[in-house]
Design a protein around this ligand. Structure first.
Ligand code: SAH
Length: 213
């Protein structure tokens, strides 16, 4: 499917109508072709506002949720961002258009390899990929200005909070995997952590260790 002007307009209209209003986020989402990250049978549905299945039993998030999470991060062009849960690589690609550098980690090697190939094809050269349990963060690359977790934990993982710079923001879904989860934003201030709730969401769980493929 070609990403023609009419499809693009409809895609952006859906995002705006669901609350994605930040102009920089919308521009980044206009530039990145979601179909490149959704392979096979479902590629023709890439511009609909719905989550879709990807390899290793995982899902690529709904575009409006990607937009709302990105918007909540309030990224500046100098930021170093960590994403936990590479999945298809779509969210990392959006982040790469807004930040100086993006580190993205997934527990499935196959997903990381596939995402890395797409980043190369699309000349997204400021993304570095890792295969690891991202709930430990990436101590060697820390601290981060922004952290985005795209799988749900019961609580914000301690190592991720510890790797957030003062003034930094982390956005993540929290709650039990099969019930309603809450998308929250954690801001590290000089004196501690501030929490605010964004909206209910549903994500796959943040699991321990590497994925078995
Ligand atoms: N951001 C992705 C969608 C993420 S789906 C996209 O744009 O397509 C959630 C991803 O989190 C899955 O790929 C899953 O393998 C990964 N995940 C779950 N637990 C993890 C962990 N502990 N460390 C790293 N990745 C994890």
């Amino acid at each position: 499917m070609t990403y023609d002007a009419a499809t693009k307009m409809q895609f952006l209209y859906q995002l705006r109508s669901k609350g994605v209003t930040d102009a920089r986020v919308l521009t980044a989402m206009e530039k990145i072709d979601r179909a490149a990250f959704v392979k096979g049978l479902f590629a023709e549905r890439a511009y609909e506002d719905m989550p879709l299945p990807i390899a290793c039993g995982q899902t690529i998030s709904q575009p409006s949720v990607v937009g709302l999470m990105t918007q909540a991060l309030n990224i500046t062009p100098r930021d170093k961002v960590l994403e936990v849960g590479t999945g298809s690589g779509y969210q990392a690609a959006i982040l790469s258009k807004l930040a100086r550098r993006v580190y993205t980690v997934d527990r499935f090697k196959g997903l990381v390899q596939s995402a890395k190939r797409i980043f190369e094809e699309q000349d997204l050269s400021n993304i570095t990929t890792f295969t690891a349990d991202g709930s430990h963060g990436l101590p060697d690359q820390s601290p981060f200005d922004r952290i985005l977790v795209t799988a749900a934990a019961e609580d914000p993982p301690g190592p991720l909070l510890a790797q957030l710079r003062v003034g930094g923001i982390m956005v993540l879904p929290v709650g039990q995997s099969d019930t309603v989860q809450s998308l929250i934003r954690v801001t590290r201030t000089e004196t501690g952590l501030e929490y605010d709730e964004i909206r209910p969401v549903r994500f796959v769980p943040l699991l321990e260790g590497l994925g078995q493929e």
